[in-house]
Design a protein around this ligand. Sequence first.
Ligand SMILES: [Zn+2]
Length: 593
Amino acid sequence: MTNPSIQKTLALAGLAAILAQPSFCAAGDVRSAQPADLVLFHGTILTVDGKDSTAEALAVRGGKIVAIGTTQEILRLAGSKTRRIDLNGRTATPGLIDSHAHIADGGVGELYDVQLGDATTVAEAVSRVRAAVAHLKPGQWLEGDGWDEGKLAERRYLLASDIDAISPNNPVWLEHTTGHYGVANWVALRLAKISASTPNPQAGTIDRDASGQPTGVLKETAADLVRDLIPPPTPEQRRAGILKSIDSLHREGMTAVKDPSIEQPTWDAYAQLLKEGKLKERICVLWYAGTTMDSARKALRETQAYPRPPQSLGDGRLLSCGVKIFMDGSAGARTAWVYKDWHRNSVDVDTGNTGYPAVDPELYRQQVRLFHEAGVHVGTHAVGDRAIDWVVDTYAQVLKDKPTKGLRHSIIHGNIPTDHAIDTMALLQRQYDAGYPELQAPFMWWIGDTYGGTFGPERAQRLMPLKTYLDKGIIWGGGSDYSVTPLPARYGLWSSIERETLKGVYGSHPFGTAQAVDIHAALRSYTIWNARQLFLDDRTGSLEVGKDADIAVWTQNPYNMPSRELRNLHCEATILGGEVVFDESNGHHVPGQ
Ligand SMILES: [Zn+2]
């Protein structure tokens, strides 16, 4: 209920403000409507709109931004029941978005697996595994995540021989941080029937020592021989994993995520949380398309069982965005598909190894054609230069045969594009609203000490050419690929600018600084450009009248703080669709309710 005379006063005030302040920007109905539900004022609002404009204050009603302007203007829209957030000089930005984060699987891993991401020696990793094995019954699986030879003092893989003695009765699988390889102990290798006489599976590598014995390290499809034996998470564990990740996202000012490569149980977990009103994050998923036409048709049915984006479930909370295909592997594992041999330790050449495609290239092309003709968005994982060329040429071909605007087909990771690939991206973006790199600048930091070794000095300079993209008018989506790198988007803002490795094994800047961009471009890549890749650009990604109120509040202004400190950017509050989902000043996280 609203007192009509108050309403009238507000109407007049609003009108006066509009007349007095031509820059005041308000929705048409503000003058005659109820007071705002929420106002933020006395701050710096980085709107990330088309002009990158800033303001002091904004008002929210019904979950939408209804006005942006000066503190004085906005406070006129507040009534007795309006929640007032005095920014007191702090900065608000659009809620940050990640276009590639495995938040469902990653959350499960964080809750239930042994964490090895910060292990600095083989011995430390082994002792954590030993401690965890002590709690298991014989025969029970032990899973670990996140190790990286680039972070281990020994600069070598973890091997079966490191963990055999401490786990004689339990199968162990320790996944590398990239998710493209890992190490199994002998118990697990025996269960998977892997021995010296086992041939490499198609698109997979069983790592072997000089005598031909498996070392325990399994790459790409070879890792599936072991992974497929591990019991999948229960529905309860999936649900807990997602909620854990959403909590982490809120603490980092992040309000939307593209979760790539999911299957039905993950979708069901998201849908169930949505039904319960607990999905306090915008999630756009890609269904895993597999490596055959049958698996592609299955993914097509799965994605088409739900509304076509930008339509969503739960008013912009859950979107069945499209499908994901893997064109190749990883630059960490030296399995990504490249033109020139991979390197070891930066200088040594891994002679004869140019990686391999993860799927038959011609079959990949048929898969893309199937999806494209059905009007379905495709994201393809492509790391190596040769894989990226194949992907952009495929997109160009299917778009030429069936010109369609707005499917926004993407090149996931797109680590080392050739000049041809870059020019093709520019063309596809202009002509078809497709061909977008969805990349993860924090690779240069978190796995940069492995990447510095495998790419080699020359190729490393081509890694994530953001400056070239800007110069050519190419836009990209930023991301973490969590749990490949840590989830907070602030690391990506920082990495886009600093391009610095974690440990400096091959120097702190093996990828050069010529391709660095500034914070304005970096922030766009984690807001409005990502919103586009999640098919949410009409409702989020910038702070503009009419959009959903997805807002992050920061202690510092990212536009004028030293860029080297961006990695420590501190979030104080997060608002999703007008609801405060994290408020540090309350001393606690607003519960998921
Ligand atoms: Zn990924």
